[in-house]
Design a protein around this ligand. Structure first.
Ligand SMILES: Cc1cc2nc3c(=O)[nH]c(=O)nc-3n(C[C@H](O)[C@H](O)[C@H](O)COP(=O)(O)O)c2cc1C
Length: 122
């Protein structure tokens, strides 16, 4: 298991429809996650879900964006090979026809706090 460390100028962007089906992913997202764009389009966004992520985090995400608000949080995602993973600080925005997430590198402090919290929630 290896952590893929993001650069500070890396931004992983994806968009979904109202149900969380991926409709767009930018180059940084595809590159870091290890997918080609065509492998992501039309897939459920849980394709990048890491088993360490608690269900409660995504319930909070969905409750927030479905009520029209912006959600922010620290997320651990799996790469395609399932061994590697990467941490991001995500901001998820409601849009007219779905949702958009823009992710930046999470700081070491954010990663440490989130991983401790998530252990207690799992
Ligand atoms: C715009 C958007 C971006 C999302 N990004 C991620 C993500 O990067 N990683 C992730 O695990 N789930 C992400 N989700 C949440 C997934 O839709 C899903 O709820 C989550 O992976 C948990 O999977 P499950 O609902 O099958 O339990 C995103 C949802 C939306 C609307």
């Amino acid at each position: 298991m290896a952590e893929v460390k993001l650069k500070t100028d890396t931004f992983l962007v994806s968009e979904t429809d109202k149900k969380g089906v991926i409709t767009f992913a930018n180059e940084d997202f595809c590159k870091i996650a290890g997918y080609e764009l065509k492998e992501l389009i039309a897939k459920n966004h849980n394709i990048v879900r890491h088993p360490d992520m608690p269900k409660a985090a995504f319930k909070d995400l969905w409750d927030t964006v479905q009520s029209g608000k912006v959600w922010t949080g620290v997320v651990k995602n799996s790469c395609k090979n399932r061994d590697d993973y990467y941490w991001v600080f995500a901001t998820v925005y409601p849009m007219e026809n779905g949702y958009m997430s823009c992710r930046r590198k999470a700081s070491e402090d954010e990663i440490q706090k989130a991983s401790e919290l998530y252990k207690t929630l799992n």
